[in-house]
Each structure stands twice: as C-alpha cells, then as structure tokens.
Design a binder for this molecule. Structure first.
Ligand SMILES: *[C@@H]1O[C@H](CO)[C@@H](O)[C@H](O)[C@H]1NC(C)=O
Ligand SMILES: *[C@@H]1O[C@H](CO)[C@@H](O)[C@H](O)[C@H]1NC(C)=O
Ligand SMILES: *[C@@H]1O[C@H](CO)[C@@H](O)[C@H](O)[C@H]1NC(C)=O
Ligand SMILES: *[C@@H]1O[C@H](CO)[C@@H](O)[C@H](O)[C@H]1NC(C)=O
Ligand SMILES: *[C@@H]1O[C@H](CO)[C@@H](O)[C@H](O)[C@H]1NC(C)=O
Ligand SMILES: *[C@@H]1O[C@H](CO)[C@@H](O)[C@H](O)[C@H]1NC(C)=O
Length: 378
C-alpha cells in the first residue's frame, strides 16, 4: 500500500487547491413521528464563510444576474437560507419544505456561454429552485422546456481569487425524494431517488453510488477514515444505515445532529490539502415542521428559525439575521431566533457573465468585505 507523503502537495499552488468540501444527508423518522424528513449538511471550508441567514418573501422580483439574457422570475414561495459571504445562497429551505444546498464538485463544467439560453448566476442556482418549486417532483417535471432544452444555463465566477466556483446542487423534500444535479462538459446530469440520501463531493454521483454499493457489502470491515469525500461518503452511508428510527421530532433532530457532528472534519491548520477543509457550520432542515437549524463550530451560535413565521407571505419583506460572532464570548446566540431577523435588502448576487464554464470569467474578482488572501491560512 503506497504511503501518501504530504510533501507531494507542496508542488500544488495553495490557492488553486483551496476548496470547500461538505457532507449532506437526508434522514426519515418512524411512523410514530409521521415519517419526518430532516436534511442536514456540513459546511467544510478553508476560509471564514461570513455567512448570514436571510428570510426571503414570496413575490420578490429576481433576475439571473448573468449579463445579457438573464433568467427572470418572481418568487412563488418564501424561504430561509444561509449565504456564503453574503453573495450566494448556499443552503436553505422554502415554506413548502423543499430544501436545496450546494457542495463542491471538482470537475464541474457549466459549458460555454450560450446567450440564447437564459443565464443564471451561481449565486441564485439554489434560490431559483426554492423560489419556484414545492417538491423534487415539481422540479423534475419542469427541468426542461417542452422541446427538451435546458431552461437556463448556470454561469459561475471566481469568488475567491484563484479558486473556481464549481459545485453540484442537491435538492430534497418532505416526501424523502432527492435530486442531485451536476454539470459535466456543459451537460446536465441528474440523479433522482429517495435512496440517494448521502452526498459529498468528488467523484461524480454515479461513482459515489458505486462506492456505496462496494461498502454496503463490507459492513464488518473498518471503514476508511480520512476527511476525503469518498471516505466521508462511506462513513455517512454506514452511520445512516445504523441510525435509530426516531419516534418524536426531538429524537429525529438529535439523530441528525449526531450524524452531522460525527462526520464533521475537526478544526486544523488549513494548508494545501484538498480534503483538509474543516467543518465551520452545520445546518439542518426539518421539512415537516419547517424549522431551519444552524450551528456554528467556531462561534457561540446554535439556533433555529420557524420558516412559516418569518413573514414570508407575499407582503413580507426581506429580513436578515447576522451570524457574526461579535464579542459576546460564551453569551452567544442560542435557541429560537425567529423573531431576531431584521428588515434588510436582499444580498447582491455575483454578476456571473463568464464566457466559459470554468468559473474564471466575469468582470474582475468579486470583492468580499473582510476577506483577503491572507485569511487563507497559508
Ligand atoms: C438584477 O438583480 C440585481 C439584484 O439581484 C439588481 O442589482 C439588478 O439591477 C437587476 N437587473 C435588472 C436588469 O433588473
Ligand atoms: C444554445 O441554446 C439554444 C436554446 O436553448 C439551443 O437551441 C442551442 O442548441 C444552444 N447552442 C449550443 C451550441 O449549445
Ligand atoms: C453486494 O452484494 C449484493 C447482494 O449480495 C450483490 O448483488 C452486489 O453485486 C454486491 N456488490 C458489490 C459491489 O460487490
Ligand atoms: C411556526 O409558526 C406557526 C405560526 O405561528 C405555528 O402555527 C407553528 O406551530 C410554528 N411551528 C413550529 C415548528 O414552531
Ligand atoms: C398585500 O398588500 C396589498 C397592497 O398593500 C393589499 O391589497 C393586499 O390585501 C395584501 N395582501 C395580504 C395577503 O396581506
Ligand atoms: C490575491 O492573490 C491573487 C493571486 O495570487 C493576486 O493576483 C491578488 O492581487 C491578491 N489580492 C490581494 C487583495 O492581495
């Protein structure tokens, strides 16, 4: 068995290997709890994500923010979402219990810019689905135009200098259905099934399923232990198989918290290892009672939001909840934060009008307050 020497990584430039990783899981409780579906995920990244929560109402006018011929829509459903750097929707759930999230996927290629297809900035890729659809089945039925064309084209752009913003998108809903979408060589590949509950990063999802099959037959063996996406996939799938069947909401939330905490990558110096990103926060969406939970690893923040009550109706206004650590120390923000949101403008998305699908297009780098190259922890 070949030993991996860390020095191999010294030949790779630091910035090009910075990456976010992340693990996602969907869990269903037992009949006594009405088969509650809870979707949880970690955010694993090498940089401070500077996230905040937004509550977006129904009735918001949106555009794809991808230059000429951007997609246009008006939000049909309200949603509560977590941003990345307040420039894109990274994870969230709408009032119907549709959950969506992004996870890093090396090898993603959104294709060359085709101006005759409406453009959608990567900032709004998740948000578009939360704004428009109630379930995975609704999304699937509307993925293509009647003539079989893609409805839109995702455009990306480098957010962190030198790092392509390349991700796959995972949807899940209150029925337990899941839909994974990946772009390879400009073409959409999608996988839909109630069985596709665990998602990490590389390789592409067809191969992740093969890995799942492989480990399924080896449950009495020691599972692979690194922070890499293949190993996290194998461990989460195994932990999920062994998870108890919850009979109440509180039990179900605890089971998913346990799954997420155990798959989390511990804090460590962030160096040039792709698989090395530490877990910085975890989010959990109860699609039955429409509660969204957020837990920071680095700050005193562990809260939930009642998605039904943040004024998400048509006359609601956009609201924001800052997750900044502040100087509160131990006295952080805990518990029900539904009433702590304050009126705000929607965040400004990344204008992503790159000509190629590689993530390096757009007009200059995105300027993110508080984030400079030096925070990369080199
Ligand atoms: C598109 O939306 C962004 C904010 O989401 C806004 O700044 C911009 O003015 C809008 N553009 C058009 C053409 O409506
Ligand atoms: C560009 O998009 C249009 C509309 O979806 C489609 O008909 C056409 O085939 C696309 N062109 C290329 C080169 O993919
Ligand atoms: C795992 O076991 C099942 C049932 O015994 C079998 O059908 C399947 O081919 C096995 N898969 C692998 C990858 O060995
Ligand atoms: C959320 O708020 C609504 C409206 O006040 C209430 O009916 C519902 O019980 C709340 N849900 C939870 C899970 O607290
Ligand atoms: C929303 O606001 C409009 C105009 O202020 C009003 O006519 C309408 O009744 C309101 N709708 C709801 C559901 O409150
Ligand atoms: C960040 O790093 C990139 C690539 O090394 C460099 O081009 C850019 O000038 C740096 N920006 C800042 C703000 O230091």
């Amino acid at each position: 068995m070949a030993k991996l020497y860390p020095c191999i990584l010294f030949h790779v430039s630091l910035l090009s290997t910075l990456t976010n990783a992340c693990t996602r899981v969907s869990y269903t409780s037992g009949p006594e709890d009405g088969h509650r579906v809870i979707i949880g995920r970690t955010l694993d990244w090498n940089l401070p994500p500077l996230s905040s929560l937004y509550a977006f109402p129904a009735g918001l006018q949106r555009n794809g923010s991808a230059g000429e011929n951007s997609l246009k829509w008006t939000s049909k459903y309200g949603s509560v979402i977590a941003t990345m750097n307040d420039v894109l929707t990274f994870d969230g759930m709408n009032t119907e219990g549709l959950h969506g999230g992004l996870l890093y996927l090396t090898g993603t290629d959104f294709g060359d810019h085709n101006t005759s297809r409406p453009g959608l900035s990567i900032s709004f890729w998740v948000q578009y689905f939360l704004d428009n659809y109630a379930s995975v089945a609704d999304v699937r039925a509307d993925l293509f135009t009647p003539s079989g064309e893609d409805r839109f084209q995702v455009r990306t752009r480098e957010i962190i200098p030198g790092m392509a913003s390349v991700v796959h998108l995972v949807l899940g809903d209150a029925t337990g259905d899941n839909l994974i979408m990946e772009y390879l060589q400009g073409k959409l590949h999608f996988y839909q099934s109630p069985d596709y509950r665990v998602v990490t990063n590389e390789p592409t999802y067809d191969q992740q399923l093969a890995i799942q099959q492989y480990w399924q037959n080896k449950t009495d063996f020691t599972l692979p232990g690194t922070a890499g996406p293949v190993d996290r996939f194998a461990r989460m799938a195994d932990n999920l198989r062994r998870a108890p069947v919850a009979t109440t909401m509180v039990e179900a939330v605890r089971v998913v918290q346990c799954l997420l905490r155990s798959i989390s990558v511990t804090l460590r110096p962030q160096t040039a290892n792709v698989a090395n990103a530490a877990t910085l926060w975890r989010a959990l969406a109860d699609t039955k009672d429409k509660r969204y939970f957020y837990e920071s690893v680095t700050d005193g923040v562990s809260l939930w939001v009642n998605v039904s009550t943040v004024e998400l109706g048509k006359n609601g206004t956009t609201k924001r909840l800052s997750l900044a650590p502040g100087d509160s120390g131990l006295y952080g923000r805990y518990g029900d934060a539904t009433n702590d949101f304050t009126k705000a403008e929607p965040y400004t998305p990344i204008l992503a009008n790159s000509e190629t699908g590689d993530g390096f297009g757009g007009v200059g780098q995105v300027s993110i307050p508080g984030l400079t190259n030096t925070t990369a922890g080199s």
